[in-house]
Design a protein around this ligand. Sequence first.
Ligand SMILES: Nc1nc2c(c(=O)[nH]1)N[C@H]1C(S)=C(S)[C@@H](COP(=O)(O)O)O[C@H]1N2
Ligand SMILES: [Mo]
Length: 458
Amino acid sequence: MTQQDHRSGRLIKAPENFIDSEGVRTVFREGKAGRRDFVRGAFAAAVAGAAAPAVLAQGNPVPAAGGDPHILELPAHTKGLGQAVATDGYGKPSQYESNVQRRPSPGLTQTAQSSVSFAPLQSLFGIVTPSGLHFERHHQGWWDVDPSKHRLMLNGSDDSLMKKPLVFTVDEIMRLPSVSRFHFIECGANTGMEWGNVAVPTCQYTHGMLSCSEFTGVPLKILLDMAGADYKRGRFVLAEGADGSSMTRTIPMELVESGEVLVAYGQNGEMLRPENGYPLRLVVPGVQGVSWVKYLRRIEVGDKPYATKDEAVHYIDLMPDGLHRQYSNTQEIKSVITTPSGGQVLLDKGYYQISGLAWSGRGKVKRVDVSVDGGRNWKTARLQGPVMDKCLTRFSLDWAWDGKPTLMQSRAMDETGHVQPNYKQLRAVRGSRSIYHNNAIQSWLVQESGEVKNVQLS
Ligand SMILES: Nc1nc2c(c(=O)[nH]1)N[C@H]1C(S)=C(S)[C@@H](COP(=O)(O)O)O[C@H]1N2
Ligand SMILES: [Mo]
């Protein structure tokens, strides 16, 4: 990198699009050597091959001498006629932001239908995920379901558990009293590739199975009341989706009774996106994403947990003693620094705003501490309000880089007193061969070159 580049901006963005489709195919051909190595190797190769010009194109060049033409010369847009209103009936982001995309992880899954795309957390501000960048997790592909033909059925596992089984149309649900609430959704497998060791380079891939929206819908409790549910015996509900994945999950009735569980149709002010369950999805605040059943078509009230495939065989946690833990619903306190983060490059010393996200499935985030010396000393970060229940919370801290290698971490605490563990603490309880519910403290190493790297401290 030349001196000129150093003057041109303070941070080079992470090269999010550094794997092309041929690269993905190569990875598939070569990879059978064990999943974690395979993914790690794919990324290492891709990072090494990232072309410098593509990275530099993200810079913001300022000429060294002769005046800045971007000030001295009037650009066309100051002299000509701009485009007409409603040129695009549904607006899109600027062409200059086309690199900000949700992306699949090369080599992670065998098909693109039973797969996941990760949200570009490193490129987002505040707490809301734009709907088009929301992460996706499909077990059998997504559908654009015709709302006029979609139905939601409520029944009991036996007749006495539901006095008046009902079938709703989407219109009927949208007539009922609604609420709008901001909540995060995190796949239980988020950060799952990192259980054993560092696997992926950027926070898009370490933490991007995480998004946050304002959801609008009807509390499920209202629908169950209408159908005459027996809350005394009926301590569980089964939620079922209308796609081919037979996604069914048991939800404890306490969560429904609290009024928090929603049958949602709205996401960030408009209808849900098809990828996120249009026209109806369950919103289960604080609970892992798999329970947020999309294309929701049926709710059954029962007197015991259902032990469906996605809770008895999948979405279980291998513990150090060799047994599996089931029904670990809650997404525990967690945080990640999104800037500076893996794959980004700091271009000079001096001031940076450290910024990141914190969240807890147990309630509000109470405090976030940030360390720039690998966890020896901690400073309390600013929380950007409003701090909401079971919602992403943005934190920030002022920092001046002295040009030396810096190990950066964030550690969050929630209002119930739960504190985010480091890897040593987490592995002591959970071992290192699990997939789900990795809420360990993330470490980023700012190297002397300014390049930020994903690292784990043992
Ligand atoms: N019907 C249905 N619902 C589903 C799934 C699915 O494959 N089918 N995937 C689940 C999983 S594992 C997660 S993490 C979330 C992801 O929601 P999103 O795709 O809107 O991000 O949806 C859940 N609900
Ligand atoms: Mo998930």
